[in-house]
Design a binder for this molecule. Structure first.
Ligand SMILES: [Zn+2]
Length: 256
């Protein structure tokens, strides 16, 4: 599923679910209108696997040739890991906003901050800014390796400034939020079922929307109850065993 929108000078796309072997990235190209800038909102991506990474890199390389600027927004931790791990995962693309997971060891609070790369670069920050917790004694730390997580900023720092007018990213986000879901051709029922089974593992403190870390994604289908027939057989076997035991005790007592 994808949401697509466009405006003056830009074309935009919001992806959700998983980028895996069932991805339909190549089908998106014909749906996008030509523009100077392509915005790709990745906020609802929950997981990406190695085949997804391979297809994404191919797709992004083609998008970089078609659009003067490709701007990735709302990149969740699953995406940021690939950005920092896979050399050309975001090659030439601008990472405008990204999410940073925090965890407080004192109270167990998990939270997610949405950060703007341009703000961090302007302030010369290359490590996670502290995120306050409600209680004074608390310490809210990045739930990840900070140096690794923020390594991408080095490459972002070397990029030429964006040609996007001020406030465009916010307008794009609003447009995408209003755009209706566009099912891609051939997307199977299975794919929908798989998406809807994924639970949102984050606490309510999440800034906007919610995206899970892969390890906390789990099936929400409840454990199926045992058929009552199995229980009945078990009870009957237990009764039979008790009866045999009773007879044995009776025999022992009466034989003495
Ligand atoms: Zn705390």
């Amino acid at each position: 599923m994808a949401r697509i929108s466009k405006g003056e000078g830009w074309s935009a796309l919001a992806l959700d679910g998983q980028i895996d072997e069932h991805n339909r990235l190549s089908e998106l190209d014909s749906l996008l209108s030509d523009a100077s800038r392509l915005y790709v909102d990745l906020g609802a991506i929950r997981r990406i696997n190695s085949i997804g990474v391979r297809d994404w890199v191919v797709w992004l390389t083609a998008a970089r040739q078609r659009f003067a600027e490709v701007i990735l927004t709302d990149c969740p931790p699953a995406i940021m890991h690939e950005v920092n791990l896979v050399k050309n995962f975001a090659a030439g693309a601008r990472i405008a906003t990204f999410r940073v997971p925090y965890y407080c060891e004192a109270c167990g609070k998990e939270s997610m901050s949405l950060l703007k790369s341009s703000d961090l670069l302007a302030q010369g920050i290359k490590e996670p800014p502290s995120d306050r917790c409600e209680r004074v004694e608390c310490r809210n730390d990045l739930d990840d390796d900070g140096t690794f997580y923020f390594a991408f900023l080095d490459e972002q720092a070397g990029m030429s400034p964006t040609a996007a007018p001020a406030g465009e990213a916010e307008r794009v986000r609003d447009h995408l939020a209003q755009a209706s879901q566009q099912p891609l051709s051939g997307e199977s029922e299975d794919a929908h079922a798989r998406h809807s089974r994924v639970v949102q593992p984050l606490k309510p403190e999440v800034t906007r929307g919610s995206v899970g870390t892969p390890q906390s994604v789990q099936s929400s289908s409840p454990p199926t109850a045992k058929p009552s027939g199995v229980d009945l057989v078990f009870v009957l076997a237990l009764v039979a065993m008790l009866a045999v035991l009773g007879v044995l005790i009776y025999l022992i007592v009466t034989l003495e």
